[in-house]
Design a protein around this ligand. Sequence first.
Ligand SMILES: [Zn+2]
Length: 124
Amino acid sequence: MEDKLTDDKIRKIIWGLNLRRDKLQKKLSYPKGMIEGCLHVIYKKCGNPNCKCAKGKKHGPYWALSKKEDGRRKLTYLDKIDDINRVKEYQRYNKRLASIRKISEKIFYWLKILRDRYTFSYEK
Ligand SMILES: [Zn+2]
C-alpha cells in the first residue's frame, strides 16, 4: 500500500507527524508538578445499618493514590484537589510520552521506506 504513495505524499505524512511530535514535545518540555501513581475512585460503606449506604448508596467518591512500594500496592487517600490534579498530570504526561514514541516510530517507518526507494545493491 505504501508503495503506491509518491515521495511527496510520504514527505507530507512525515511533515504532519513532525508537527504533532513538536507540539507534544513542547508540552513535555515544561512539566508541571506531578505525583507518581494511579488514581482510584473509591466508594465506601460506613457500617451504620441505618445509613443510606447500607441500602447500596455508598459514600464517595473518594480519591486515592495507588502506588507500588517494595512490590506491594499501597493506597493513600488524597484530600486536596491540587494533589488529585497532580496525579492526573502525571498520567497525562505518561500518555504524551507514549504518543511521542509512537509518532517517532511512524516517522522512522516512513523514512525507511524513502531510504529503500533510493537504495540499490551494488553489484559488479
Ligand atoms: Zn453510611
